[in-house]
Design a protein around this ligand. Structure first.
Ligand SMILES: Nc1ncnc2c1ncn2[C@@H]1O[C@H](COP(=O)(O)OP(=O)(O)OP(=O)(O)O)[C@@H](O)[C@H]1O
Length: 320
């Protein structure tokens, strides 16, 4: 079990992680989801003792990483696949890792087999593709047969075959009863990989729920167009609604409002004397739901230029 309690991290005047609390349970894949810059990597680095919290705690089975007796046997991590010595073979790299943690050398061939690298085990890791490096990183994470595994954006840059492979592998590891936390900024990817989601934006917790619960919020959103879109945005936001600007498929600017009925949006517009050119109840895409939930967190500047439906805050006009 991984536990984060009131975790906060400041880098100078930037608060990267802000009073974050959640648990990651064994036996399921937990997706750690948030836009770029939301604080996912920083949180994972604190879980692994690589960054010191400003306040709060991150513990693995009740203890901070630095106090674990056998860290490699308790937690494995895949943070960055590119750190292997290029002239070492996969096997010698893993043997070196094993020796430094008193793990028997025979375990090396076991993990090489598990990740499907047996046929290239003696080849220089420098010549490996990103997907193969990723597998090698995973083999290293599994050396100590740890009960807890952390993956930071593991599918970044992988080809579709590599993505499916790692997705299945993470599910397999969770199926063995391990605690698996995997970060991503892609909701679609997470909805295919994870059972449970912890969603953050600007270092703060936005949602901690099943993937099903998260996606069911997609059923009650409204798309609205108006010749006075910035005014309408302000009125809806002032009413406490989660409003996300987007460009409709025909190229026209619109707003998506989550967890609301067309009646509510129509009434608010009417009270403000704002004409509407469209008012449609929609099943928002997962990305739209995600954006509406993180809208406050990425500090969208209402009235700014309409943005496309990506989820990177840098495309949303918000600061990183
Ligand atoms: N070493 C550092 N020094 C200063 N600021 C940092 C440092 N590491 C992270 N930050 C800042 O902390 C915030 C959170 O960054 P973090 O990398 O944890 O986010 P993330 O959700 O993992 O995003 P990404 O997917 O882009 O890495 C960002 O504003 C980032 O610029």
């Amino acid at each position: 079990m991984l536990t984060v309690e009131k975790l906060t991290k400041d880098f100078g005047r930037t608060r990267a992680v802000d009073d974050l609390s959640f648990h990651v349970r064994p036996g399921v894949v937990t997706g750690f989801l948030g836009p770029n810059g939301a604080g996912k990597s920083t949180t994972m680095r604190m879980m692994l003792g690589l960054d010191r919290p400003t306040s709060g705690t991150a513990t693995i089975d009740g203890r901070p990483y630095r106090e674990l007796d056998h860290p490699l046997r308790q937690v494995g991590a895949l943070l960055d696949a590119g750190w292997v010595h290029p002239n070492r073979s996969a096997r010698s790299h893993l043997r070196w890792m094993a020796a430094s943690s008193s793990i028997p050398a025979r375990r090396v061939d076991e993990v090489i087999e598990m990740v499907g690298l047996t046929s290239v085990a003696t080849k220089r890791a420098g010549g490996f593709s990103l997907g193969m490096k990723q597998r090698l990183g995973l083999a290293g994470a599994l050396l100590g047969d740890p009960h807890t595994l952390l993956f930071d954006e593991p599918v970044n840059g992988l080809d579709p075959e590599g993505i499916v492979w790692i997705r299945n592998f993470m599910r397999h590891l969770a199926g063995q009863g391990r605690t698996v936390l995997v970060s991503s900024h892609l909701l679609t990817e997470m909805s295919l990989t994870a059972d449970h989601l912890v969603v953050i934006g600007q270092g703060r917790l936005i949602a901690d729920c099943s993937v099903g619960e998260f996606t069911s919020r997609a059923s009650s959103s409204v798309r609205v167009r108006s010749p006075r879109l910035p005014d309408l945005h302000r009125v809806l936001a002032e009413a406490g609604l989660n409003v996300v600007p987007l460009t409709a498929s025909d190229g026209r600017p619109a707003l998506t409002v989550a967890d609301v009925t067309t009646d509510q949006v129509g009434d608010l517009a009417g009270q403000a004397g704002i004409a509407l050119h469209e008012l449609t109840g929609t099943s928002a895409s997962l990305e739209e739901v995600f954006m509406s939930m993180t809208a406050g967190a990425v500090q969208y500047q209402g009235g700014g230029p309409p943005a496309g439906p990506g989820i990177d805050p840098r495309t949303q006009g918000g600061p990183r």
